[in-house]
Design a protein around this ligand. Structure first.
Ligand SMILES: [Zn+2]
Length: 130
């Protein structure tokens, strides 16, 4: 969902990223996902491996990630957590900081991504947790 609270621009993590244009307090909503592109499990299974990396599975619903949230980079030490199609600040986030998310929270099963986030707890391979 379009938001004035963040902007998309080049990221040092990977390609483009999402950056805060205001200060967020811990617990505050940072991103509200656009869920107007939901797909069925059957449609999901027909997608290519590359396309699957841009699809979320949340609350048993598959959907295609929209802007700006599709540009949010993963970190194993993310500053937000996904809940009910929102990304919520896990700690205070300062203006200008890159918004990072934990893909393992919303990645569909059997989709694997490599991680180079460099954090101490880096999982190296990102896959759905639980
Ligand atoms: Zn990592």
């Amino acid at each position: 969902m379009k938001s004035d609270d963040v902007i998309v621009k080049d990221s040092l993590i990977n390609g483009k990223g999402v950056f805060a244009t205001k200060n967020f307090k811990e617990g505050e909503v940072v991103l509200h996902w656009d869920i107007s592109h939901l797909i069925t499990k059957e449609e999901f299974e027909k997608k290519t491996d590359q396309e699957k990396t841009n699809i979320f599975l949340m609350d048993d619903r598959y959907g295609i990630m929209a802007e700006p949230e599709k540009y949010a980079n993963h970190s194993c030490n993310a500053n937000t957590t996904a809940k009910n199609f929102y990304d919520i600040a896990k700690r205070d986030i300062s203006i200008g900081e890159e918004i990072t998310v934990d893909y393992s929270e919303a990645l569909p099963p059997n989709v694997f991504l490599r991680c180079n986030c460099g954090s101490d707890n880096c999982k190296k391979i990102i896959k759905r947790s639980g």
